[in-house]
Design a protein around this ligand. Structure first.
Ligand code: 5GP
Length: 197
């Protein structure tokens, strides 16, 4: 089947199971492709060491987050792992696309499904681990969550793995640099500031 031509003002949505390395791929996009515009999500989660407000997330208290939900300021939002809320502020994404520039969202599966409802023309990319065993190893190796939280995230990941078929493309995260390059190439922005095709 012929692939869809790259739309240069397109929204790309990267999702995938927990601990697959979405955050690492995003960080690599920021570091090596600073011209690629990545949406900064809002969250009620507390910052982890090294995370900077306004760069990695907008860290909000639950009341402020609820206020943004009530006033329709999120393109999508979800409670992730049954605990914290995460959402994509609508304004910056719409401005970016209106200016004819591509944009990238790194969000969870529930959020990706919401975007599919409202912006079906977006490109949906699933980041997959090389294997389930590797995903479990990565989740256990991260060491930032307690045992109960790890169990919760594993349960979420199992359901999320089944969702790959809903996506336009799958990228296997066998190597972060390679996966990032593939993602940026799919966005058509791998040359500095100019669409690659
Ligand atoms: P973490 O707390 O490890 O940074 O992220 C937890 C999960 O939240 C990840 O699966 C990440 O993709 C997801 N996430 C981050 N930002 C957003 C967002 O704006 N919307 C949604 N729906 N999920 C998000």
């Amino acid at each position: 089947m012929a692939e869809r031509p790259i739309d240069r003002a397109r929204l790309t949505v990267l999702a995938g199971p927990t601990a697959v390395g979405k955050g690492t791929v995003s960080a690599d996009v920021r570091a090596r492709y600073p011209h690629v515009w990545l949406s900064v999500s809002a969250t009620t989660r507390r910052p982890r060491p090294g995370e900077v407000d306004g760069v990695h997330y907008h860290f909000l208290d639950p009341d402020d987050f609820a206020g943004m939900v009530a006033s329709g300021e999120f393109l999508e939002w979800a409670v992730v792992h049954g605990r914290n809320s995460y959402g994509t502020p609508r304004g910056p994404v719409e401005e970016r696309l209106a200016a004819g520039r591509p944009a990238l969202l790194e969000i969870d599966l529930q959020g990706a499904r919401q975007v599919r409802q409202t912006m079906p023309e977006a490109q949906f990319v699933f980041l997959a681990p090389p294997s389930w065993e590797e995903l479990v190893r990565r989740l256990e190796g991260r060491g930032t969550e307690d045992a109960e939280e790890r169990e919760r995230r594993l349960a979420t990941a199992q359901v999320e793995m089944a969702a790959a078929a809903e996506f336009d493309r799958t990228i296997i995260n066998d190597d972060v640099t390679r996966a990032t390059d593939e993602l940026v190439s799919l966005m058509g922005v791998d040359q500095l500031g100019t669409p690659s095709r």
